[in-house]
Write a protein that binds this ligand. Structure first.
Ligand code: SAM
Length: 348
């Protein structure tokens, strides 16, 4: 881990520690030692069995599926403070050395870019060539585990999210004509642009892609040189302060960002994005849904904490950031309900 400063203010980056402080605020809760002792025993049983199975060369897909499901169940039953204690215990367990042979799990755990959820991590889900070297240097066990993690329900949902974004961009380009302007916030590597027909056919006026990570911005600049895509190195806070004078857009969206923003920042950002829309413009924000099956595995062995949201949580953000009568809004799930989408159309 690098020593980058972290918080949830829209400027700094996110660590599991800052997320833990968000979800398990000690202000109104106290660690229940009895609950912890029981949960610890249950966790030890699950992890010891997994460890034994790895030693006995049981099918890795079976081990990881069973462990992920058991971690999910323990997570649901546990109070936030107990679960936070269990995360540290799981990470220190000898079985973690097996799970970390999966190149996707290892990248997430090691955080080579110094924060959780970087664009390169998503490339393990997209199966992009940028991760080919990491995959090539994995052990046979690591590859078998990756076969499971790359097709876990959350990964399937992330690939669908990318395709939904491409579809929206192309639809907006179709309905608005060649003046269509798009803004992507927290663009990562902007992989959704690869399949956009509107982009390939030069039917967009501009597509601004903003991200705080200079490496990701460099990747966009290289991959989309000569197109209407304008990479901008900047943070959510820069959006708040209009640092880059980005202008107005027909479609603004953020995917893989709200999962790291608390409600206060999410509402502020949504309000700001609505301000940046032209009349009849659309804002979309995506969030991993509450109760996804892989939540426990992600938080322990991947050390990848997310703020998971319900449909009602999404509506709270929408209601907190818009005026009734001025917008049309909907909240919908992706096909396997691992990701939830908020969509807001500005009426005037
Ligand atoms: C999980 S990736 C999502 C990338 C892409 N949108 C996708 O869906 O594949 C999250 C991205 O958010 C960016 N990010 C995180 N916090 C940010 C902030 N405060 N301001 C701007 N970008 C941020 C990271 O640099 C990273 O590229």
């Amino acid at each position: 881990m690098s020593s980058v400063e972290f918080s949830m203010d829209g400027q700094s980056l996110i660590t599991p520690e800052s997320m833990a402080a968000e979800v398990a605020s000690p202000a109104n809760s106290q660690l229940n030692e009895t609950e912890l002792a029981l949960a610890r025993t249950e966790l030890a049983l699950v992890l010891n069995i997994a460890n034994q199975q790895f030693e006995q060369k049981t099918d890795p897909a079976m081990i990881i599926a069973r462990t992920a499901s058991a971690l999910h169940t323990i997570r649901i039953k546990s109070s936030p403070l107990v679960w936070q204690a269990l995360i540290a215990i799981a990470q220190a367990h000898p079985v973690s050395q097996y799970f970390r042979q999966d190149p996707f799990t290892r990248w997430s755990y090691d955080k080579p870019r110094g924060y959780s959820g970087d664009a390169q991590l998503l490339d393990f889900i997209y199966g992009h060539e940028s991760v080919a070297d990491e995959i090539a240097r994995s052990t046979p066990l690591g590859l078998a585990l990756y076969d499971y993690t790359k097709d876990a329900s959350s990964s399937v949902a992330v690939r669908e999210r990318r395709d939904i974004l491409t579809q929206y961009v192309d639809e907006i380009a179709g309905s608005r004509g060649p003046q269509a302007e798009i803004l992507t916030i927290a663009a990562g590597h902007l992989r959704e642009a690869n399949r956009s027909k509107a982009l390939a056919e030069g039917r967009l006026k501009r597509w601004v892609a903003l991200d705080q990570d200079p490496i990701s911005i460099g990747s966009i600049a290289r991959d989309f040189a000569g197109t209407c895509i304008e990479p901008v190195e900047g943070s959510v806070r820069d959006v708040f302060t209009d640092r880059h004078n980005l202008g107005k857009f027909d479609f603004v969206y953020a995917s893989g960002l709200y999962d790291y923003l608390n409600d206060k920042v999410s509402i502020k950002l949504t309000r700001k994005c609505m301000d940046m829309l032209k009349p009849n413009g659309v804002f979309l924000f995506a969030n991993f849904a509450e109760d996804i099956i892989v939540d426990g595995y992600m938080e322990t062995f991947m050390n990848w904490a997310l703020l998971l949201r319900t449909e009602e949580d999404m509506w709270r953000i929408i209601r907190g950031s818009t005026e009734e009568g001025q917008v049309e809004a909907q909240v919908r799930f992706g096909a396997n309900r691992n990701i939830v989408y908020g969509l807001i159309r500005k009426l005037s």
